[in-house]
Ligand binder design. Structure first.
Ligand code: COA
Length: 282
């Protein structure tokens, strides 16, 4: 198995998936590590995430990817601690002085599309601020698990901007037009409770349960056929890309094609024999 790209601003920890086959599967936990800047996404973080996406896509052992942010460090004597943060947005200091011509290439090849385009299941594990580009990382993941003390928002309006990492579109599709419009136009944050209530967050947990709940969900996803789960993700995504009737057809195509896979034969046989399916990933 190839080693993941190393970066001080993106820590990658690979946790073996027990009880799965093919053996050697991993849950890959990616921790954005700029706690003193509330894990804001600067060019170095973006490059590290893109590189890690390339590594994960090309590595069959990686079953599930978890995105999270580094917790605050102990502050120096006399200084207040920094708040908990998933990612407090794109690094605003990198916006200053840029023109549209300079910013465009960065956003044409942006980190959020890399995360969105991962074919494997992705989970955002959120404890603290998920703002702007940070909320867009969470929105680019398949699932969001968060604590009540988290805050989600798209405050770009307060910078004379709008979300640029897919936030307007993904919020609309996830929450509906009205809520998306209010978040984007007001720039106001909503806490974890509210985010959970409106469906922005899949599961709300206590801070000391965040890791275990996320890993429980990751292990469950990792226990499925790695091939079939990618097809499942593609099928649900088809609902976003297509008119309804075309989406139904896309689902039928994917469903029928699965009848030619080893894992479908294995899964059906295991059910009928009351056995545990031992997936081959083919
Ligand atoms: N870009 C760059 N730096 C950021 C940042 C961002 N998006 N978010 C926070 N930081 C930095 C702060 O500048 C500060 O750095 P410093 O200690 O070197 O001065 C550090 O992170 C801590 O943030 P601070 O503002 O002191 O914490 P706070 O508890 O007072 O406020 C927030 C927390 C999240 C409300 C506030 O940091 C904030 O509004 N951040 C920007 C959010 C945003 O607009 N995101 C969208 C960007 S497109």
């Amino acid at each position: 198995m190839s080693t993941p790209p190393e970066s001080a601003v993106l820590k990658i920890e690979n946790v073996p998936v027990e009880d799965s086959s093919p053996a050697g599967g991993l849950i890959s936990i990616w921790t954005i590590n700029r706690p003193n800047k509330l894990n804001a996404l600067n060019a170095e973080v973006n490059a590290a995430i893109k590189s890690a996406c390339g590594w994960a896509e090309g590595n069959d052992d990686v079953r599930v990817i978890v995105f999270t942010g580094s917790p605050p460090e102990t502050p120096p004597e006399g200084k207040r601690p920094k708040p908990h943060s998933f990612v407090a947005g794109a690094d605003i200091s990198e916006f200053e002085g840029k023109s549209s011509v300079e910013i465009r290439p960065i956003f044409d090849d942006n980190v959020w599309e890399y995360v969105w385009n991962l074919s494997k299941p992705t989970i955002a594990m959120v404890d603290g601020f998920a703002l702007g580009g940070g909320s867009e990382i969470a929105l680019s993941c398949d699932l969001r698990i968060a604590t009540a003390r988290s805050n989600f928002g798209t405050p770009e309006i307060n910078l004379g901007l709008i979300p640029g990492g897919g936030g307007t579109q993904r919020l609309c599709r996830l929450l509906g037009y009205g809520r998306a419009m209010e978040m984007v136009m007001s720039g106001e944050m909503i806490n974890g409770d509210e985010a959970h209530r409106i469906g922005l967050v899949n599961h709300l947990v206590e801070p000391d349960q965040l890791n275990s709940k996320t890993m429980e969900i990751a292990h469950n996803l990792a226990s499925k056929s790695p091939y079939t789960i990618r097809v499942a993700k593609a099928a649900v995504r088809a609902a976003l890309e297509n008119p309804f009737s075309a989406g139904i057809l896309a689902e039928r195509d994917l469903f029928c094609a699965l009848f030619d896979t080893e894992d479908m034969a294995i899964g059906v046989k295991a059910f009928l024999n009351r056995d545990k399916a031992e997936w081959t990933g083919a």
